[in-house]
Design a protein around this ligand. Structure first.
Ligand code: HXC
Length: 260
């Protein structure tokens, strides 16, 4: 595609990791409508591209994203929100079935923090900052900030962030489990791509099934989630990749998954 607000490429030694870089540096990657439209388009395309086994979403060293575009939102009305597709576009980040890694440096605020939380794993730089500052604008988070954050870090920490708008440091974010690992600023993207390559070497089917089941833990009851997991576990035995994975173990060699 011909993108204005993002850069898209395939990276890794086997070119099997899809990379989406938000590229609106002058506005700290504020998530304006056209930018989100492009992210949705790129996510959907990587979702369909059978050569892509994992996706990395990143910004630049100063900002992952400083939130939805406040200048664009200022004059918005109920009617204009209801007739806009912004949420559908943003939701593409959560809905893509392949694993998505957020590689965060700098600010991940408001919609930026929410977008990172839509990803499956967050790797972050030692100087990154996370926050839900919407309350300071007289609004509330609108893309998961009151929902995914609670499930991720628990009620007390999440509500402190949502009700004060305070930013937390990368170290705090890692300690509370929002972030999986911290790295020096210049290493975050490289390490995220490495993680993407490792994940992309699995069976894509197993990855998608694992993701679907993990998401069920967020979205359903424990009883339903355990039931889904058990049935999907059984289902993996209908794949050639299960036979290959187990044969490779028995024969003491590396598995060669074919996504069948
Ligand atoms: C529009 C933004 C922006 C944003 C930064 N900019 N954040 N523009 N929307 N969210 C622009 C600034 O206007 C400025 O452009 C340029 O980026 C650099 O920003 P500065 O403020 O000069 O940088 P700095 O002093 O380093 O401060 C960084 C900052 C601050 C702390 C991140 O920019 C900030 O507080 N931004 C807003 C964060 C926020 O409230 N996010 C939540 C938005 S609501 P100009 O051209 O003016 O110099 C939201 C709702 C989600 O996200 C709902 C989901 C659907």
């Amino acid at each position: 595609g011909n993108y204005q607000y993002i850069k898209v490429s395939k990276v890794g030694s086997r070119s099997n990791v899809g990379l989406i870089q938000l590229n609106r540096p002058k506005a700290l990657n504020a998530l304006c409508n056209p930018l989100l439209k492009e992210v949705a388009q790129a996510m959907t395309a990587f979702g369909k591209d059978s050569s892509v086994g994992a996706i990395v979403l990143t910004g630049n060293e100063k900002a992952f994203a400083a939130g939805a575009d406040i200048k664009e939102m200022e004059d918005k009305t109920y009617a204009s929100w209801m007739t806009s597709n912004m949420h559908q576009d943003l939701d593409c980040v959560a809905k893509v079935r392949k694993p998505v890694i957020a590689a965060v440096n700098g600010f991940a605020l408001g919609g930026g923090c929410e977008m990172a939380m839509m990803c499956d794993i967050i790797y972050a730089g030692e100087k990154s900052r996370f926050g839900q500052p919407e309350i300071l604008l007289g609004i509330i988070p609108g893309a998961g900030g009151t929902q995914r954050l609670i499930r991720s870090v628990g009620k007390s920490k999440a509500m402190e962030m949502v009700l004060t708008g305070n930013q937390i440091t990368a170290q705090e974010a890692e300690k509370m489990g929002l972030v999986s690992k911290l790295f020096p600023v210049e290493k975050v993207l490289e390490e995220s791509i490495k993680l993407g390559e490792k994940i992309a070497s699995n069976s894509q089917i197993a990855n998608m099934v694992a993701k679907e089941c993990c998401n069920a833990a967020y979205e359903t009851t424990l009883k339903e989630g355990l039931h889904l997991e058990k049935r999907m576990f059984h289902a993996t035995f209908a794949t050639k990749d299960q036979k290959e994975g187990m044969a490779a173990f028995v024969e003491k060699r590396k598995a060669n998954f074919t996504n069948e």
